[in-house]
Each structure stands twice: as C-alpha cells, then as structure tokens.
Design a protein. Structure first.
Length: 331
C-alpha cells in the first residue's frame, strides 16, 4: 500500500504529464465541444501524436542520457525521399526502397554517435552539422537523380496496408506501430538493466563508465534509434501520401523537444520516463489540433498553443518540485 502513497505517485516522472493531459483534454472539450472526442476529431490528434511519438521517445532517451539529436529534421524527408526515389522513380520493389530508408537512418545514426563519443564536440553541434549536411544531400541527389524535388510513389498493396493506410477512413495505421514501439521501449527502459544504464549516463557519465556501463556503445545505439525512427516515419508518410518532398521535417525538431519536456524529461538529463514522453506527445498533439475545434480566432492560435504548452511545462515542474520536497508522515 505504501507504493501507492501520494508522495510516491508524485515522484513518478509522468505524474505532471498525466495531469497536464487531463487539464488540456478538459479545456478543449469545454471550448471545442464533444466533436473533439468523436472518431474524426480523435483521429486528427492521434495521427499527429503517432508520427511525432515514434521519434520523440528516442529523442527523450537521448536527453535522459545527456545528449540531443536535432538531425531528425532532415531524416524525415531523407527516409521519405529514399523510398520514393528507389521504388517510385527507379521502380525497384517497395521492400528494397524501405530497406534503403532504414539503412540511411542507421548510417546517419552511426555517424552521429561515433562523432559524439570519439570527439569532444557536443552532440548539439554534431547533429546540427549533420542536419544541414543531410538536407544538402537530399536536395542535391534528388535534383541530380530525378530532376525534381518531389517524387511520386505507388506502394504495393501489402506495404500500403502495413505502413500507409487509413483505418476506418481516418486513423493512420502508424498509430498501431506507435503503440507497439512504445510498449517495447517501456519494457527495455523500465524493466531491464539498459534503462538504469541510460539514467546513470544522464546523471554522471564518468561515474557510469567507471561502474562498467558501456556508455559509448549505448550512446551510439541511442543515436541510431533516433535517426532510424525519423527515417521510418518519413518512409511511412511517403507510402501513405504516395509522394515525397525534400522538405517538411524541420518542425519535428521543436515538436519532439516540446513533447519530451512536457512529458517530464529534464533538459539536464537523468530524469524522465517513456510513459511520460508518451503522455507529453499526446498533450502536444491535442493542443496543436484542438484549437481548430474551438471558436477562437485562428490568428491567435500560435499564442494559445504556446501559452498552453508553457502552462503544461510549468505544471510538470511544479509537481516535480512537490515530489522532491515531499516527505511521508512517520507512523
């Protein structure tokens, strides 16, 4: 029973994220009406959350480990353009285009990780350079190989069904991928030694290394996960919408970081949870899409979104401080 005490619940990294999600839901149901929770309304923010969430979790894990990857802004279009060029422009089987997308993600992630662990350059600078490098490569190869910056793609039926279809006419199939991937992350981060290693790295990387934790290997793996996840999302988008463009991924950088912070992850590392990131992603998606269900002037939408997200983050910080200062009563 002690494990269910108020103090222990508040100490959970996702406590503030959950309360923020509830507050945001109540707000938009009150001002947007019940249509917000009907299938079409739910699909509008669940689709956003799924595409964002697959990338946000590995970004959050990197932040917990004390690192950051902003090259994902280029990996979204890199994944979509790779599958579109290989299977759309050159008519290769769709599975070859998909393998190409994943391979690009793995390659970029390996380069990011190796540069971070083998140099003294901060991950922010390394991935910033990779962001512009990949953007240039996408644009250059796209124009060189296809003569255009937009490539059409018609996926085979099985690929369309598994990676790029609408379920019930509104829900993207990537939602199922998001839920499955989240469950896998929850198991490995919270129920296996690897999770403790990541948190230890965020707390003190030198001490973690001295304790025998393979910090370099874990860092590289986390960068591979973030880049590959972004490439996977780009691939799914290309299959879903039957086309790919060289731009369109930059917004993911800020949206992922916002979702992760709203989810309770500290920018300084060492604190957070996969469930919190999951809830933070849903909160961001609801705020991002919920404004269109209200009668608010759309010209003020960015201001409203910014204020609500700031309040969610402040609520998260408040409950975190309450958790740290809470002491149970002595019996």
């Amino acid at each position: 029973m002690n494990n269910l005490s108020f103090g222990n619940l508040l100490r959970r990294p996702e406590a503030g994220a959950f309360l923020g999600l509830v507050a945001v839901l109540i707000f938009f149901v009150a001002f947007g009406g019940i249509n917000f929770l009907k299938p079409a309304g739910t699909a509008s923010w669940l689709n956003v959350a799924a595409n964002l969430g697959i990338v946000a979790i590995p970004i959050g894990l990197l932040m917990i480990a004390g690192e950051l990857d902003i090259s994902i802004g280029a990996m979204i279009p890199a994944g979509s353009m790779t599958v579109a060029i290989l299977s759309g422009h050159y008519d290769l089987p769709i599975w070859m285009g998909m393998l190409g997308s994943i391979a690009v993600g793995i390659a970029v992630g390996l380069i990011n990780g190796l540069l971070v662990v083998r140099t003294a350059v901060p991950s922010l600078i390394v991935t910033l350079g990779m962001l512009f490098a990949v953007q240039g490569l996408i644009l250059g190869f796209s124009v060189l190989l296809t003569g255009t910056t937009s490539v059409a793609l018609t996926a085979e039926p099985w690929a369309k069904a598994v990676f790029g279809q609408f379920i019930g006419g509104s829900f993207q199939v990537i939602i199922l991928w998001w839920l499955a991937i989240t469950a896998i992350y929850i198991f490995f981060i919270h129920y296996s030694p690897y999770g403790n290693w990541i948190f230890a790295m965020g707390g003190d990387k030198v001490s973690a290394r001295n304790a025998g934790i393979p910090t370099n290997r874990l860092t590289v793996i986390l960068f591979v996960l973030s880049a590959t996840s972004a490439s996977f999302v780009g691939m799914c988008q290309a299959i879903l919408f039957n086309s790919a463009q060289v731009s369109g991924g930059m917004i993911f950088i800020f949206n992922c970081i916002i979702s992760v912070v709203v989810g309770g992850v500290l920018l300084t590392g060492g604190f957070g949870s996969v469930i919190g990131i999951f809830l933070g992603t849903i909160t961001f998606a609801i705020v991002n899409q919920g404004i269109y269900f209200t009668d608010f002037d759309r010209n003020w939408s960015s201001l409203i979104i910014g204020v609500m997200l700031l309040l969610a983050v402040l609520m998260n910080n408040t409950f975190r401080q309450m958790a740290l200062s809470y002491t149970p009563k002595k019996k």
